[in-house]
Design a protein around this ligand. Structure first.
Ligand SMILES: CC(C)(COP(=O)(O)OP(=O)(O)OC[C@H]1O[C@@H](n2cnc3c(N)ncnc32)[C@H](O)[C@@H]1OP(=O)(O)O)[C@@H](O)C(=O)NCCC(=O)NCCS
Length: 196
């Protein structure tokens, strides 16, 4: 089977293509477990990394135009944001929002790892300093195996994000403080939602 790996930027221009991929991912949704990345918005400035099979000799554009059948094997969505420290040094930070590969029929071994490596190479190429992600418990050791380690935290609070350095580490204490505030903010939002 010929599997192609594609990166698609989340732009208005690509919305038709993203809709097309979403339609085919949804057809086989029963083959996925717990996480369905295509059901979430493609964030502005975000990127989708997708593994698929499609008719030979065709481009993605041809596929959409001719309404050809495709099969989606895995999907990763990531976004990039810029954070400035107090000296106005900018850090570009990628956030892996969702990753899932087929777990039932037509499962391809090594696909999750390949999608992650493709995303990392692409993020490194565009100058991203480091990557962060928030694993569900059952996927933590998968990311650790790929070199992700708990992001710095303040005090002995457990880190719920994992990080990997590409070009630069976060500016240690300052970024840890930012993550800590963000974690407190997120916990607060979650708590409020639960109560309402
Ligand atoms: C987690 C997930 C994306 C991994 O992708 P995958 O295609 O199954 O993984 P790969 O085949 O690339 O596996 C690469 C290696 O990681 C290991 N691995 C895969 N999933 C793992 C997991 N959940 N925990 C620990 N190790 C895992 C594999 O055994 C393999 O090891 P090997 O190289 O020694 O043989 C996939 O299992 C999945 O979609 N899970 C359900 C949704 C999910 O949990 N998404 C992540 C949310 S944060």
């Amino acid at each position: 089977m010929n599997v192609h790996y594609k990166m698609i930027e989340c732009t208005l221009q690509n919305s038709k293509l993203i809709q097309y991929l979403t339609k085919y991912a949804e057809i086989d949704a029963d083959d996925y477990d717990k996480i369905f990345p295509w059901r979430h918005d493609c964030p502005q400035g975000g990127r989708i990394y997708v593994a698929l099979s499609m008719p030979p000799g065709k481009t993605m554009e041809d596929v959409v135009k001719s309404n050809s059948k495709i099969v989606i094997y895995g999907w990763l969505t990531a976004s990039v944001s810029t954070w400035k420290n107090k000296n106005k040094k900018k850090y570009d930070i990628a956030y892996v929002a969702f990753l899932a590969t087929r777990q039932r029929t037509e499962r391809i071994k090594g696909l999750g790892k390949t999608l992650m490596e493709m995303m990392e190479t692409n993020m490194r190429d565009i100058g991203v300093d480091f990557i962060k992600l928030m694993p569900i418990e059952s996927a933590s050791s998968f990311y650790k195996m790929l070199g992700y380690t708990p992001c710095l935290t303040i005090g002995d609070k457990p880190a719920y994000l994992l990080c990997k350095t590409l070009w630069h580490h976060g500016p240690n204490d300052e970024y840890a403080q930012y993550l800590d505030n963000k974690q407190t903010e997120d916990d607060f939002i979650k708590k409020e939602k639960k109560e309402n």
